[in-house]
Design a protein around this ligand. Structure first.
Ligand code: G3H
Ligand code: ZN
Length: 296
């Protein structure tokens, strides 16, 4: 166990993908997944790379090293990539997959861009995810009502999009939105079922931090395979830092507040991994399991 291709983990069954911003995030995600004995995906977004002075190498190397020492299977994913300069670097930095985010483009340009990136990435052995529909709340963008007309992914259009682009997984707009700090999103389970029935590749739920546990469980049973979670870890991280500094205003050593922050994130990771992967044993019990449509 350790670093494995993203496609291998996703093929084994529903799995969480957590956003890495700092070394502490990577350590917490792996510790939390180990505590749950579940495989996990560590993902670094283009926004996170920008935070690191637009240098991919240092945060990728640190994350890869943490992944390589894990006792559970871990995959590395480069998330929400818009910049060609970044997706071209994915393979050389050890990523097993990328998400090409051309969702802001008109449909035809989205198809053309995504197909070109998928061809480039597949030639280098990478698994490719893309997005169709409008999943709002991305960094720097105005909020988008996930229930607005036209915001959601259309099943027929999505089936055609997957066939024309050749992607390996599809992020779908089904009621979630990014960066929610409350867990109050309401998903369209009927749409998830229709998408599952029409689309041959695994479905990805973005903005999962805002989705309540019951909704997440139902979405996974209905056909969501990759569950992307970021903000929930930052809520835990920042809450723990605030608590430590409030309780000990004299603190100056960052390790004294980063340690509880890391523990708080790891606890959330364990919770989500158990919720999403389900079952008593992880990697064996999920092997070969195909997503099923059981709810509408
Ligand atoms: O791609 C990353 C996710 O969609 C994370 O979204 O921060 O709202 O959980 P979130
Ligand atoms: Zn996302």
């Amino acid at each position: 166990m350790a670093l494995v291709p993203t496609g291998q983990i996703v093929a084994a069954g529903p799995v969480c993908a957590f956003n890495v911003i700092s070394l502490e995030h990577a350590e917490a995600i792996v510790a939390g997944a180990e505590a749950a004995a579940r495989p996990v995906i560590l993902q670094i977004s283009e926004n996170a790379v920008r935070f690191h002075d637009s240098r991919l190498a240092p945060i990728a190397a640190a994350t890869r090293a943490v992944a390589a020492s894990a006792t559970v299977d871990v995959a590395l994913h480069l998330d929400h990539v818009v910049s060609p300069d970044l997706w071209r670097q994915a393979a050389e930095h050890g990523f097993g997959s990328i998400m090409v985010d051309a969702s802001r483009l008109p449909y035809r340009e989205n198809v053309a861009t995504t197909r070109a990136v998928a061809e480039f990435a597949h030639a280098r052995g990478l698994w490719v995810e893309a997005e169709l529909g409008t999943i709002g709340g991305k960094d720097g963008e105005p909020p988008v009502d996930p229930h607005a007309p036209g915001a959601r992914t259309d099943p027929a259009e999505a089936a055609s999009y997957v066939a024309r682009t050749g992607v390996d997984a599809l992020a779908v707009a089904v009621g979630s939105t990014h960066a929610m700090t409350t867990r109050s999103a309401v998903l369209d389970h009927t749409l998830i079922g229709r998408l599952r029935a029409e689309i041959a590749v695994p479905l990805v739920l973005h903005g999962s931090s805002g989705v309540p546990d019951e909704e997440l469980g139902r979405a996974v049973r209905g056909g969501i395979v990759k569950v992307n979670i970021g903000t929930a870890l930052n809520v835990a991280f920042t809450g723990a830092v605030r608590g430590a500094l409030a309780a000990h205003p004299e603190l100056v050593d960052p390790r004294r507040y980063l340690a509880p922050a890391r523990e708080a994130m790891a606890e959330r990771v364990t919770h989500f991994c158990r919720l999403v992967s389900g079952g008593a044993n992880p990697q064996a019990s999920m092997a070969g399991r195909a997503p099923t449509v059981t709810e509408s």
